[in-house]
Design a protein around this ligand. Structure first.
Ligand code: ADP
Length: 480
């Protein structure tokens, strides 16, 4: 029997994206079709995606909620069925989806994502015109209150909550409780209270029927004080309901055979054509192309998590040997400035673009030889999966999903012919430097490098296995 699923999320690719959460929400729906799961994504109608409302049908008029009029509009785009929350007082504004034009969190983010969660629960209980879900899948803190609102009304609609990154918990002053229509009885250690504040994520973790996270290693790490960010006790207490299910990438979007953002498409059998993309990247960044030196890359948010301060220490040794390096990213101003300074120091070898650019990300994935992901923690990481699909070898720290997806080119793996990239531990600049050296050495053996590229391109990075596991979780919850 077809199972009807409501996904509640603050991002969904390709419509609105700041990171991997969007990719996952956008990719999962279409692949679930094959498992007889019909999904709809509940998403705020931000100004950035206002065009999606034209041609959409109103399926709920919720009246006045959280300070203004709220409607839900249904539409279908890019194989995804969307339920858009039209609440102009919360979403129709300039800036980014979480940050205002000065780069600060919107002061009313608790209301903006409280409403998302609230409607997730409401649609779970009463549906929208012509459609009522069997199961709800809430994503990250922004949807964390969905199971709280459900249980507040004694609804038994099952709800699974996925942690994409526990660093973001949605903690707000207790004084916001009234505006969020939360039952004050829930403001306890067993509820959504967290050190005197309201925590969207903790509330969700206490009330959700099942909890998933995005890789098996991260699921284990979350129960430790090193990675649990204060919620390790909550997760340890719920470990029998917690599973780590590896993310995949959208193979329709990330396909080097068809990708329109590439200078030249290619396959694992025509790897020589990848070279045209390298040339295009070097040209785009104005770098000296008269070389066979390897091109290393970074495509990332620039934050403490991603360990890119370490790369700043490790890169000069590589550059002094002639390597090329490009970075596409934005985030912490001090990191942005440090990379711009690196480019100024090595103008022919280093290119830096500060910002978010989906097409350029695709071109870099196709053109680079290797990509650096030296994260201090990484729930799953999608960049290494995209890289492998494009025959670009990932150089990763051994943490979370990076540990679960990359096979290090050590002697055993090389002998067995199964290496797909490079790993290093612990996450230090020195160890990253060693891994970069190893990559440089192997790169000089073109045949061996190509063998590893082919392994990487063969490695399964899609949703096949994980979508089946998610579908099983939905069905188990619906049966219970
Ligand atoms: P996170 O969600 O922690 O940012 P992931 O590796 O899970 O990290 O997902 C990052 C996603 O965002 C990938 O699809 C990556 O290509 C993309 N991305 C990151 N930074 C940029 C950027 N500056 N421009 C374009 N895409 C980016």
């Amino acid at each position: 029997m077809t199972l009807k699923l409501l996904c509640v999320a603050s991002e969904c690719a390709p419509f609105v994206k700041t990171g991997g959460l969007a990719d996952v929400v956008g990719a999962l729906g279409p692949v679930l079709d094959a498992h007889d799961v019909q999904s709809r994504v509940l998403l705020p109608l931000y100004r950035q995606i206002a065009h999606l409302a034209s041609g959409a049908t109103e399926v709920m008029n919720a009246g006045s909620l959280f300070g203004g009029p709220v409607r839900v509009m249904a539409t279908s785009e890019n194989d995804t069925d969307l339920l858009l929350i039209d609440a102009p007082h919360l979403y129709d504004r300039p800036g980014q989806i979480y940050l205002n034009e000065s780069g600060q969190d919107w002061a009313d983010n608790h209301l903006r994502f409280g409403l998302l969660s609230w409607l997730g629960a409401e649609i779970g209980r009463n549906g929208v015109t012509g459609w009522t879900p069997d199961v709800i899948h809430a994503h990250d803190w922004q949807a964390g209150l969905t199971p709280v609102y459900l249980r507040q009304t004694d609804s038994t609609v099952p709800c699974v909550l996925t942690i994409h990154n526990i660093a973001f918990q949605g903690n707000f002053p207790a004084t916001t409780m009234g505006n969020l229509a939360l039952d004050p009885h829930g403001f306890t250690q067993d509820g959504f209270e967290y050190f005197g504040q309201i925590s969207f994520l903790k509330g969700g973790l206490m009330q959700a029927d099942k909890i998933t996270t995005v890789s098996p290693t991260y699921a284990r790490e979350l129960m430790t004080s090193e990675f649990g960010m204060g919620l390790e006790g909550v997760l340890a207490a719920r470990h029998s309901d917690l599973s780590g299910i590896l993310n995949g990438i959208d193979l329709r979007v990330w396909n080097p055979e068809t990708d329109p953002a590439l200078a030249q498409t290619y396959t694992s059998r025509t790897l020589n054509k990848k070279r045209a993309n390298k040339q295009a990247v070097l040209d785009r960044f104005g770098l000296d192309a008269a070389t066979d030196a390897p091109l290393f890359s970074v495509i990332s948010r620039l934050s403490e998590q991603k360990g890119l301060d370490l790369a700043l220490h490790a890169l000069p040794a590589l550059l002094d040997k002639g390597a090329r390096f490009v970075l596409l990213g934005s985030g912490a101003p001090e990191l942005e400035q440090a990379y711009v300074a690196l480019a100024a120091r090595y103008p022919d070898q280093v290119g830096v673009q500060i910002g978010f650019d989906e097409d350029l990300a695709h071109l870099i994935q196709a053109g680079a030889d290797a990509t650096l992901i030296p994260s201090r923690f990484e729930p799953c990481g999608l960049t290494q999966l995209c890289a492998m699909r494009y025959g670009t070898l990932p150089i990763v720290s051994v943490t979370g999903g990076l540990a679960d997806t990359v096979i290090d080119a050590n002697e055993a793996a090389l002998a067995a012919g199964c290496a797909t990239g490079f790993q290093f531990a612990p996450t230090t600049a020195a160890k990253l430097g060693d891994a970069l050296e190893r990559a440089m050495t192997i790169y000089s053996d073109a045949k061996l490098w190509q063998k590893i590229q082919r392994n990487a391109m063969k490695h399964p990075v899609g949703w096949d296995v994980s979508a089946l596991r998610m579908a099983e979780i939905y069905r188990d919850m619906a049966k219970a």
